[in-house]
Design a protein around this ligand. Sequence first.
Ligand code: VAH
Length: 320
Amino acid sequence: MDKEIILITGSSGQLGTVLAEKLQEKYGVKNIIATDLRVNPTFNGVFETLDVTDFDAIEAIVLKYKITQIYHLAAILSANGEKHPLSTWDLNMKTLFNVLEVSRIHKISKVFFPSSIAVFGNNVERLNTPQSSNLTPSTVYGISKAAGENWGKYYFDKYGLDVRSLRYPGVIGYQSLPGGGTTDYAVDIFHKAVKNENYECFLNADTTLPMIYMDDAIRATLELMEAPKDKITVRTSYNISGLSFNPNQLETCIKENYTDFKVTYSPDFRQGIANSWPMSIDDLEARKDWQWKPKFDIKSLTKVMLKNLELKYNNNLINS
Ligand code: VAH
């Protein structure tokens, strides 16, 4: 079997940082081409500076390394996206079109496109939101992801390009900081606790949202990409669920270890975004098609986050 050579866009981002490492472990360091506008200082491997809005630049990398798969992670997330709606749309869509076109032209075998629970609006069942709910997103980010899901299906139906996608909940990990999302509080709060600082949460205490621990998110991505093609019945994007909680529940869990930790609640514009999103997700199709099952709950997530952040801060391995 020919070896897989994988290009990751947005490799310095929250998910890309961890996914690059996991793909290196699986396919070999030299077969993973990490790309972003700036390299992650902790990254070890093959890196190329890449602006994914530049088609010629991405095509040059595809040809130079004989790329066989692309994980397209570069995008502007929900909160930052609302600050510059039209440029967010331009960037999120232009980069996706470049990835889809370069993949079509150069016969890339598989493309991963990250969608999000942000594709749902507040006119659907917010508890156990079904896969087939209609998509009326309230943010430009969510609109670009809903459009992206349908473009991915179009390239599969029309050109046979094997595009696969997950609707990520809020991703929580210790290895990297999130960038400009509405669920970022669920990462920031751990950093504050470990530094023995109080945390001002930008969402209300009772704002329940779907979340997923980083290890589960990465495993779901690899399990989806490795599933036999004929098992994939959803060509827009799969709902996946990790767990759901609200800031108050997370605060309570953290306080079992950091008894003096204090959280104050000062909702900002991101509360409006969170109010339009599901509270929990029904991921029946992912469980049926490729046996998806999360492993982390709020207690095990809290334990692993605190343990690893304590290690990083105590060994000065993190710039806070
Ligand atoms: C965001 N972390 O907050 C992303 C994610 C479901 C949330 O899409 O924008």
